[in-house]
Design a protein around this ligand. Structure first.
Ligand SMILES: Nc1ncnc2c1ncn2[C@@H]1O[C@H](COP(=O)(O)OP(=O)(O)OP(=O)(O)O)[C@@H](O)[C@H]1O
Length: 205
């Protein structure tokens, strides 16, 4: 899997958030985008996920050397971010069953297996709207870690997690496989200390 960004730019109304972004992101690697609040980390991650339109430049997803149609991008990507909502009316088990219609889990895990690995078996039948913010974050990260997808995007991954949750994140984030591409947006060095490619987004202002 490869994501190639060429001269990528994004503006909201008349304000350019970043311009002339060139990136060659490849599976087996992790990349972290850092920068102050409001610098555009979340915006860039959403562009790279194909979930926000770009304002200029080109973005191409390649799988086994072949460029993918943009309507197929969403199958390649999972994104966990504080601003993305889960379906609150569903129980966790219903949510994971629904998720399986679009993306399968690694190693033939069942939804029940994944819930166990999220350490949320006790809450499997509780509606997501009754989850604490830390429990919701664990669900988002669990979906990212256990789905069979080539591109995993984590924005502020340890937000709302307690010490035990942060340890759970660190254990899992290092286990992403060599055929996956990991992209992180962060302001906290502890979230990406293992990551060899750290890119300050202010370089593209
Ligand atoms: N939908 C929108 N309409 C207008 N401006 C927006 C919109 N979304 C984001 N912005 C602006 O884009 C800029 C970058 O925001 P973004 O959320 O990407 O930053 P960030 O680096 O992720 O910030 P933080 O560290 O606070 O999460 C900010 O100035 C923000 O106000």
């Amino acid at each position: 899997m490869q994501i190639l960004a060429e001269q990528l730019g994004k503006k909201y109304r008349k304000e350019w958030i970043f311009r002339r972004v060139d990136l060659d992101l490849n599976a087996g690697n992790s990349y972290t985008f850092v920068g102050p609040n409001g610098s555009g980390k979340s915006t860039l991650l959403q562009l790279l996920a194909g979930s926000l339109p770009i304002s200029e430049g080109t973005l191409t997803f390649y799988r086994q050397g072949k460029a993918l149609e943009s309507e197929d991008w969403f199958r390649q990507v999972i994104i966990a971010a504080p601003y993305l909502e889960l379906i609150e009316e569903l129980t966790l088990l219903e949510l994971l069953d629904f998720h399986c219609r679009f993306k399968s889990f690694k190693a033939d895990y069942t939804p029940e297996d994944v819930i166990g690995r999220m350490q949320l078996t006790h809450a499997a039948h509780k509606e997501i709207k009754f989850y604490s913010s830390g429990m919701k974050q664990r669900v988002k990260l669990g979906l990212a870690f256990y789905s069979e997808v080539p591109v995993v995007i984590l924005d502020e991954p340890t937000s709302n997690l307690d010490k035990q949750g942060a340890a759970w994140y660190h254990e899992h984030v290092r286990q992403l496989t060599a055929d996956q591409l990991l992209l992180i947006g962060s302001n906290q060095p502890s979230e990406y200390e293992f990551c060899p490619h750290v890119l300050d987004i202010t370089r593209w202002k």
